[in-house]
Design a protein around this ligand. Sequence first.
Ligand code: BGC
Length: 786
Amino acid sequence: MKKSALLIVAVVAMTVGCTSTDQVTKNTIDQQEVLNKLSLEDKAHFVIGIGMEGFSGDNAVIGATRSLVPGAAGTTYPLDSLGIPAVVLADGPAGLRIDATRDGDSATYYCTHFPIGTLLASTWNTELVEQVGLAIGEEVKEYGADVLLAPALNIMRNPLCGRNFEYYSEDPVVAGKTAAAYIKGVQKNDVGTSIKHFAANNQETNRMNTDARISQRALREIYLKGFEIAIKESKPWTVMTSYNYINGTYSSESKDLVETILRDEWGYEGTVMTDWFGGKDGAIQMWAGNDMLQPGKAEQFDSIVAGVKSGKLAEADLDRNVARILNLVEKSPRFQGYQYSNKPDLKAHAAVTRQSAAEGMVLMKNSEALPFGEKIKNVALYGNTSYDFIAGGTGSGNVNHAYVVSLLDGLKNGGYTVSEELKTAYETYIADAKKAIEAALEEQAKKDPKNAMLVKFLPQPLPAEKLFSADELTKQAEAADIAVITLGRLSGEFLDRKVADFNLSASERQLITQVCDVYHKAGKQVVVLLNIGGVIETASWRDLPDAILCAWQAGQEGGNSVVDVLSGKQSPSGKFTMTWPVKFTDAYSSRNFPIDEDPRIDMMNQGQKGNVRNVDYTDYEEDIYVGYRYFDSFDVPVAYPFGYGLSYTSFEYSDAAVSVDGGSATVTVTVKNTGDHEGKEVVELYVAAPDAKAQNKPAKELKAFAKTKLLKPGESETLTLKINADDLASFDETASAWVVAEGEYQFLVAASAQDIKATLTATVKGQQTKAHDVLRPQTNMNLLKR
Ligand code: BGC
């Protein structure tokens, strides 16, 4: 690439504390000079990306830039004559997503498949999440990418959202803190992140054209809060706007969202890009401050050029966006001339994913079946997924990994014996089922060649569970010390889960019932393992097995991570970041969620908004009562509460105290390991506002959390949890302000939303912070109130 000496200034900088040999050369861009040299058309190209092969764009440009890192989602638009390179944008949350192999190249470019976002959040360990981010960022940098299109932190509004596996929590504090840690880790490598999808991308059905209708209060307190926390704490290089409308305006066309809230109120200084083909009118997106349209469409280019010519779009707004993209390019490793190796430390990262995955698993039930300890040697392994472990979800959040350790392999690696007979039976069954799926896909591709690629992108349903006769099971039980049954679920982008996916299938139910019956009669125990990306029904069957472990989708080392927990090498310390309802319909949002609707997949956003409830628009009638805020405030029984998770040991909480200094509060509590196994404990701090019910506030809300170090039996640690005055505010729509009501607050030190260990009280001073009166709903909604 030819660099113009005029525009790019090489600055020799000394990093603080470096020796003279650590001098770094920092290239800078003279933005004004670049802007002076660009025609209107150049600017319009620069802000819309390069297009996407087979969908949009100039194939010559696409070809040249796609080859930078094959398989990356996109790049910025190169301005070669000005020395401005295309910088590479690649998915996604569970690791870097690029092609693993390249034509005419014998090298491989596999990336580490780390655990899904939900598992990472379930660790409640922000230091660990930062370590995972650090490892992912190293792969981004060493494979030559510049910006990772992650993390994804939309709120788990409903258990059936197809992308919940990528997301962190139903609670904005957990989501925001987890995302901040992830971003800090990735960006320590001097590569960027793109926090997404801003905002309210809470369903996949008709995702390009659905209108999320939300009260200003719920938007501020629930759907924007996590972004606010993460953006302020970790300064992501980029923000990705969401596909959906919010109260009638596309996110990427909403100046109120992108300029007023994000930049003016939160002080964000980075670059904003659309999701792929998101939004419709290029000129309006530019005006709104959505700097970059990815991957870019001809209509957007035309709209921008025509917009400036007609005066609909001020050229100054376009220049502002160009400048913000230049800021991004300037920071990028590619512009800085970083010589990447294509050799990230995959071995070290395998260890990072193995350990982090084990820490996010949630022990749901344990009647002395776990850990295996010395008594267990032979394991009878049931469930298709035990042999074909699911590392993560499908779509852009998938990773091209080199391998996935199944539970079968994990047990063998851990020195356990598994029934060879069962192994052969399952492997044959699964191979046959996969052949049938492949054949069906090929058939479908022939019938509908246009959608062949898309179909491969979607989750393929797992076959029904293999069942055994009572005699077969009795024989197997005689030979084994314990049975493990894995239930699997696969979900992904484009599709919300169906109700049938939440519930157990008939074959799963029968398998659990029969295995438990036979093994219990033989005096043997049964463990159920959940290899899932989202919540499922448990209340009807959880009494049957002796232990249940939610392993989530634990990345490529999944089987090893699970065995680290089953064996007792690592005590489980994960806790749920979402409520597990008894029935799917118990979640209030299920009244307003697309249930088993046509997903309306629309790759290039060509559809128009219609008027079908929960498809074209969704009224968030539960308002702020999302997840535990609903179940707790309205006394609705749950299967497992938010924040729940067992350990192999037990903990005692003591000496809880609160002190208030002005508006901010500090809570301390001592946690002691009172059992005979080492372990870590997550402490959750909820706050109940004065007069909560009368003020239509939730019974309690999580405001902070902390996790102990690994405590040996008998060992204690005192944790300190801090809450700022602003954290106690709720959004008053009438005043358009964040308001802290003066009065006596309860500070609840808890092991879960339903396991309060200490209740402290303190008086907090009132305060009010003005905000803008923006993003008002356009229709009246029947909002839930206490
Ligand atoms: C997804 C984004 C992703 C982008 C690029 C979109 O379909 O919604 O999360 O980053 O594609 O692959």
